[in-house]
Design a protein around this ligand. Structure first.
Ligand SMILES: *[C@@H]1O[C@H](CO)[C@@H](O)[C@H](O)[C@H]1NC(C)=O
Length: 293
């Protein structure tokens, strides 16, 4: 083999490998824009397979999806800020835009080393939230990557952690409760300092001696309907999924209800649906069903 043909076959091989990487599933370059803290605090690494957000004394960082979705299943593996993360908040949520926006929220409130994170969740529909539920996790979310998922279809929104449902918001439009059903949403994530309220209501302050604080993301997967504003429709289904689960009509089956019951019994630390003091006029209408899924 001449040296020039060897060179061209090496080049071909490089091109081939490069194409494989750029076309691979869940690539962060293809699916996300860094919206905050670019270059210094937000980084896409390993050819787009890993993303890190960090927070230092100057500021935090964040990213958002290039696409807007209208129903789908979104999965992301996240490893949260380790060690003393008190005062930091890592958000991971779907949101539409405008005053009557819809939003499905995961927020991870950091803590002192050895003390548990709080997973804070909320659902906004037509601009109205106030539907908080909070949980401890059954593992240390800083030691390894875990999968946080949102299943969103016309029947319900399901929050899942490692494929275990932790919360369900059912479509109860028939009972007058708005449901996120017609506003396309983007996926967002950010890492920021919230030591004015996050850890024990703001009592524990962020310890900047431990900065920068870093959270890592990988294996993004959207098995979802991608919104196209020019056509006012879902133009394409993303195909970057090996999963065969049909999210389109997924609701909680009996094993799902059992697991949800286990999480709510063992790990739920706040539920707006049982906060009678907060709603002296009566609990919100969706609470009638959400306690007995
Ligand atoms: C931090 O740990 C304390 C003590 O275990 C706990 O009461 C609190 O809920 C934890 N989470 C936050 C965000 O403060």
């Amino acid at each position: 083999m001449s040296s020039s043909s060897r060179l061209s076959s090496i080049l071909l091989l490089f091109l081939f490998v490069f194409t494989l990487i750029t076309a691979s599933e869940g690539n962060f370059y293809e699916n996300f824009d860094i919206t905050w803290g670019g270059n210094q605090r937000a980084k896409i690494l390993n050819g787009g397979q890993l993303l890190t957000l960090s927070l230092d004394k100057t500021s935090g960082s964040g990213f958002r999806s290039k696409h807007e979705y209208l129903f789908g299943r979104i999965d992301m593996q996240i490893k949260l800020v380790p060690g003393n993360s008190a005062g930091t908040v890592t958000t991971y949520y779907l949101s539409s835009e405008g005053p009557t926006h819809d939003e499905v929220d995961f927020e991870f409130l950091g803590n002192l080393s050895g003390d548990p994170y709080i997973l804070h969740t909320n659902v906004y529909s037509q601009g109205k939230g106030n539907r908080e539920q909070q949980f401890y996790l059954w593992f240390d979310p800083t030691k390894a990557f875990h999968t946080y998922s949102i299943v969103w279809n016309p029947q319900c929104v399901i929050f899942m952690v490692d494929n275990i449902p932790i919360r369900v918001f059912n479509n109860m439009e028939s009972m007058g409760v708005p449901f996120p059903s017609n506003q396309p949403m983007r996926l967002y994530s950010s890492l920021w300092n919230a030591d004015d309220w996050a850890t024990r209501g703001g009592l524990v302050k962020t310890d900047w001696a431990h900065a920068p604080f870093t959270a890592s993301y990988r294996n993004f997967n959207a098995n979802a309907c991608i919104w196209s504003s020019s056509q006012s429709s879902c133009a394409s289904k993303s195909t970057n999924s090996l999963q065969t689960t049909a999210w389109q009509d997924q609701t909680l089956d009996a094993p799902g209800r059992n697991r949800l019951g286990w999480v709510q019994k063992m790990f739920m630390i706040y539920n707006y649906c049982t906060d009678f003091k907060r709603f002296p006029q009566g609990l919100p209408p969706e609470c009638k069903r959400s306690r007995f899924l």
